[in-house]
Design a protein around this ligand. Structure first.
Ligand code: BGC
Length: 807
């Protein structure tokens, strides 16, 4: 086992979708699934190429309801490359597999270098054996380029061989079974133009309604003299190359693709840009060299190692996919981070609250990417303000699902595949997404000290979100408390009271408590601004003294429901029925999608104390115990470790982890009290994509929140890092399965902080070349470390000074 290699031996049509998703190559600008180059979407294969931020909207009718859906568009496929001995059949792994002619098949994804290799031995129907080695990259050096190199060796034959190289724009968005009956065609194509350079192909397309121009150019070269014939049809352009192959002598075909859109900077027109880039690009080896160098720079910034090779390999895979979705190449693109990466079409490429789990890792490695993701939200403030105003509120109401312009993209009905019924979807009521955004702004500021961002953008986002929640909160004179009604918490299995006609719940504890935190931090952010900027912003936002008083009042008098000595998920939760968990487990085995099971039985999760995912327990994930206790104390409620322990014990067995984010959160919060269980759940979370634990969801796109979240868990929870008050706090809590954890971090402008944690030791070193010393806090010790020096201390178990949660 190698910590940098993900490999598959043998061909397995049933596993192809999963392999395609996990072998996706990308660079933050675009990504292409690891589909076989000779394949098209046929139920086994699903070639998909997605360009960050390129959405298109189509009108749809769902269950008689007129709506529209914005999809991350499946772009023209640059991969197509097929071969056959002239007069024979095109190489087709599925047919060869069925007919026993696929002699060997291996795929290898090299995570360190970002190279996908495929090695095939195949015999054709006339008994001729060929060996094929294919290498593929999507350049991390030049975000517009991708390359495919194919080397064919005729083992026992000689003669003419025909190669087909094409760009296929006839693709549609059909990657998710559940959406298949909805409109899928997002591209219009121009009549295909034949570039003057015979090596080149060009396809020019436009997205149907968003009118984004897309150009894909491809240059194909063969290592032997070849005859070419061009073909074009609507949405497709290709060329056949015929050459003579001699037994045992390799022939190499090199295809370099260039992808541009009309959203790109520093171009005049995408087709011309794509042609120029494809024509001028170096050969495969030259591109590979620069690509590898770019990846080695990224890996240097991502240093995170544990002496547990299985775990390390998956952590590397997760970092790899994260950086293929958002990278330095996405910084300028004005894009958010799609929950399922650029790896498939699940959730239509929409952006949810998952950046909560993604930003912390980026912030301590690539703060510029974290900042860019926050800027995606800042630019959509006007739309969020309009949404709030349409709902009759002040401030900014961010959408639960976001795409191009920040309008609410959540579908209003969804299909339960188990019952075949379309059901109302109220998940847009997850107003807590706005709290996440404000929270992320503050955590980013704490970890980077980026006062410029806070002054120019961050405080405005926080104040507008705080304003929305302060306005949403309703005052009850009889209790002298504020409450927030008609919303949903993170748990999507509760969207209404069983007996009520209108959707939404009252006083979701997570929403209410986080509102208090956000109101306070928004005011802290305002206070942190230089006086003139503060005055400017208050004037611009018309933020009056009365409104600030309202913020303070809501933060002091928010209601938090309790029952049975624990925090209630929402008001009235106590009245719900207990689910007969054993019966459902026995009957169905996997009950993660309990919502679908119950609905198919004519029942509803709304009736039960059964959650899809961590909801109340999210409080212990996003806030440190100190922060949570402060809030509860000041609101006049019980707080402290005993309440935390009871609340955790209460909800864990009542949650079925229907979201991959859930086990991640549970693993985090248990790390402080029950290391063994925490490690077991962490492993479940870690392996959920690589094993497609949710049975069929990963082929539709990876779960980026869980991917980044598991890496972050090792970084912040196991190493125990918090970044409050201008000090880097460390309080390691290594699971017993890990002997040593090493991290290279970036904190407030300090580039090279090396942290080593062992079961018995902690060491922090500051690389030479950093200009100023760094202050760290370990237990009661405040330590200053100077560039080029290090500090270490024995680690005593149980002595860990603060319980580390939250950044
Ligand atoms: C979860 C959400 C999450 C979304 C996208 C859903 O299944 O319930 O919390 O944001 O997936 O990852």
């Amino acid at each position: 086992m190698d910590r940098w290699i993900l490999s598959y031996d043998g061909y397995d049509p049933d596993a192809e979708g999963l392999r395609e998703a996990l072998c996706t190559l990308g660079n933050g600008y675009f990504a292409t699934r690891g589909a076989a180059p000779e394949s098209s979407a046929d139920g086994v294969h699903y070639p998909g190429t997605y360009i960050a931020g390129c959405y298109d909207r189509l009108p749809v009718e769902m269950d008689g309801l007129q709506a529209d859906n914005a999809d991350l568009v499946n772009m023209p496929n640059w991969l197509p490359l097929a071969f056959r001995p002239a007069g024979g059949d095109w190489f087709d792994p599925d047919r060869a597999h069925r007919e026993g002619r696929l002699l060997s098949y291996r795929q290898e994804l090299d995570l360190r270098r970002g190279v996908l290799t495929r090695l095939v031995r195949v015999r054709d129907t006339r008994g001729r054996t060929s060996r094929v080695a294919q290498r593929r990259i999507v350049s991390m050096d030049d975000p517009h380029l991708a390359a495919l190199e194919t080397t064919i060796v005729a083992e026992d034959w000689s003669g003419p061989i025909e190669i087909l190289s094409a760009v296929d724009g006839r693709v549609v968005n059909a990657g998710v079974e559940r959406y298949r009956n909805l409109p899928q065609k997002h591209l219009d194509h121009e009549k295909s133009l034949r570039p003057s350079d015979p090596e080149l192909l060009l396809l020019r397309s436009t997205t149907t309604s968003s009118r984004i121009g897309v150009a894909v150019a491809a240059r194909t070269r063969v290592s032997l003299p070849a005859e070419r014939t061009h073909h074009a049809e609507a949405g497709w352009t290709g060329q056949n190359l015929t050459t003579d192959i001699r037994e045992g002598e390799p022939v190499t075909i090199e295809k370099i693709a260039a992808v541009f859109t009309s959203r790109d900077r520093a171009i005049e027109e995408p087709a011309q840009a794509a042609l120029a880039a494809a024509a001028c690009a170096g050969g495969f080896d030259a591109l590979l060299e620069r690509h590898t160098l770019a990846w080695s720079r990224l890996w240097r910034r991502c240093q995170l190692s544990v002496d547990h090779i299985d775990v390390q390999r998956v952590l590397n895979l997760h970092i790899f996919h994260l950086l293929q979705t958002v990278s330095e190449h996405s910084v300028d693109l004005d894009v958010g981070v799609p929950a399922r990466g650029l790896h498939g079409e699940a959730y239509r490429g929409h952006v949810f609250w998952d950046e909560l789990f993604i930003l912390p890792f980026l912030t301590m490695r690539f703060p510029e990417i974290a900042r860019a993701l926050l800027m995606y939200r800042w630019r959509r403030l006007p739309e969020a303000r309009r949404a709030a105003s349409r709902a009759g509120h002040r401030g900014a109401m961010y959408p639960w699902q976001s795409a191009a312009d920040g309008r609410e993209e959540t579908q209003r009905v969804h299909l339960n595949p188990r019952s075949g019924r379309w059901l109302p979807d109220h998940s847009h009521l997850q107003r807590h997404v706005g709290l996440t955004i404000a929270h992320n702004v503050w955590r980013y500021y704490e970890a980077t000290g980026d006062t410029g961002f806070l002054a120019e953008y961050g405080t405005e986002i926080m104040l507008e979100i705080a304003r929305f929640f302060a306005d949403l909160a309703a005052y009850d004179r009889s209790t002298d408390r504020y409450g927030i009604h008609g919303v949903m918490g993170p748990d999507e299995y509760h969207d209404a009271y069983p007996e009520r006609d209108t959707p939404g719940l009252d006083d979701n504890a997570y929403t209410n408590v986080l509102t208090v935190w956000v109101l306070r931090r928004a005011l802290d952010a305002l206070t942190a601004l230089p006086e003139d900027r503060r005055a400017e912003l208050r004037e611009r936002l018309a933020l009056t003294r009365e409104e600030i008083t309202r913020f303070e009042d809501v933060a002091r008098k928010m209601y938090v429901p309790f029952h049975d000595g624990v925090i209630s998920q929402f008001d009235g939760y106590a009245d719900l029925a207990e689910l007969d968990w054993a019966r459902y487990r026995e009957r169905y085995g996997d009950i993660r999608r309990l919502d679908r099971i119950l609905e198919a039985e004519g029942d509803s999760t709304n009736r039960y104390k059964a959650s899809k995912q961590a909801d109340v327990l999210m409080l212990f994930y996003v806030l440190s115990p100190g922060e949570l206790d402060d809030i509860l104390r000041e609101l006049g409620y019980e707080h402290g470790p005993a309440l935390a322990a009871r609340t955790i014990d209460y909800y864990l067995p009542r949650t079925c982890d229907g979201s991959t984010l859930s086990s991640l959160v549970h693993a985090w919060i248990l790390a402080h009290t029950d290391g063994e269980t925490a490690w077991r759940i962490f492993l479940e979370s870690l392996f959920s994509d690589i094993t497609d634990a949710q049975q069929g969801t990963t082929p539709e796109g990876v779960h980026l929140g869980a991917m980044a979240g598991t890496v972050d868990l090792v970084q912040r929870c196991h190493a125990g890092i918090t970044t409050r008050g201008g000090t880097l706090n460390v309080a390691p809590r290594l699971p017993s399965a890990i002997g040593e954890l090493r991290l290279g971090l970036r904190y407030r402008g300090h580039w090279g902080i090396d942290l080593t944690c062992r079961q018995d030791l902690i060491r922090v070193a500051l690389r030479p070349g950093t200009t100023s010393p760094i202050r760290i806090r370990y237990g009661d010790e405040d330590v200053e470390i100077h560039p080029g020096t290090s500090w270490e201390s024995p680690l005593q178990h149980g002595r860990s000074p603060q319980t580390p949660t939250g950044l």
